[in-house]
Design a protein around this ligand. Sequence first.
Ligand SMILES: Cc1cc2nc3c(=O)[nH]c(=O)nc-3n(C[C@H](O)[C@H](O)[C@H](O)COP(=O)(O)OP(=O)(O)OC[C@H]3O[C@@H](n4cnc5c(N)ncnc54)[C@H](O)[C@@H]3O)c2cc1C
Length: 254
Amino acid sequence: GAGSDLASIRTTAVENEKGFTLNGEKTFITNGIHADLVVVVCKTDPHASPAYKGISLMIVERDTPGFSRGRKLDKVGLNSQDTSELIFEDVAVSKDNLLGKKGEGFYYLMNQLQQERLIVGIGAIAACERMLELTVEYVKERKAFGKSIASFQNTQFKLAELQTEIEIGRTFLDRTIEAHMNGEDVVKEVSMSKWWTTDLVKKVAMECMHLHGGYGYMEEYEIARRFRDAPVTAIYAGSNEIMKTIIAKKMGLV
Ligand SMILES: Cc1cc2nc3c(=O)[nH]c(=O)nc-3n(C[C@H](O)[C@H](O)[C@H](O)COP(=O)(O)OP(=O)(O)OC[C@H]3O[C@@H](n4cnc5c(N)ncnc54)[C@H](O)[C@@H]3O)c2cc1C
């Protein structure tokens, strides 16, 4: 139920002599059905103030009593990857399965999320490049009014604009990856590239499908699948609005 508001998660791990008792559930988990090992974000101190200081990470293995999987969720796109619900009912977790230090979970997540968001950006730009490639091929072949679709100025301008934006996105993303690999603090740049590249992939998907005409709406054309896969990138790994709140904080506006 927490979604964007990570600090308000309700899954709890109550400490006892042997370790912890975990209770709660999580709705959207990528590869939840396939996973043998899951990292659970939970509250070891539900009364901590501020709330994020009470968060810890625990490892739970497949077949641990009380740990079950709910439905494999029926998604609009990304159909080759499962997304599922995970349920934890009085799961006994040993002390050894606490990942890092108790109460430090939020900080670990904040560090690793930069990498996850970069990966989402890479996926978005790669998808943009592929959709553009598919569309350039298509408009050269398809004819209307005795000419190729590529010969219309509208087609040329649209594709020239997309090519420009994709190259700008790729350049900024590559620069951010380089800075991340050099150990620099790239939280602001990662947030910027995540929202910008995933907004762009939605626009590219829409324009490229449109330039395919009716065929673009048919499942047999790759662009149709790519159109379905694109929008979620702006939602997961921290929605684009959350990215903008991070940038605003870094700008000293909050
Ligand atoms: C296919 C898929 C796979 C996923 N895989 C995983 C996974 O493996 N692990 C995992 O932990 N999570 C996963 N998620 C969850 C994902 O991270 C969340 O869906 C995402 O963070 C948004 O949370 P929410 O769905 O609860 O939306 P909400 O938080 O309910 O947001 C709804 C809308 O309100 C906006 N909003 C929320 N807060 C603010 C604010 N402060 N200011 C302005 N606007 C705001 C959001 O941007 C969004 O547009 C997955 C989701 C999907 C769809």
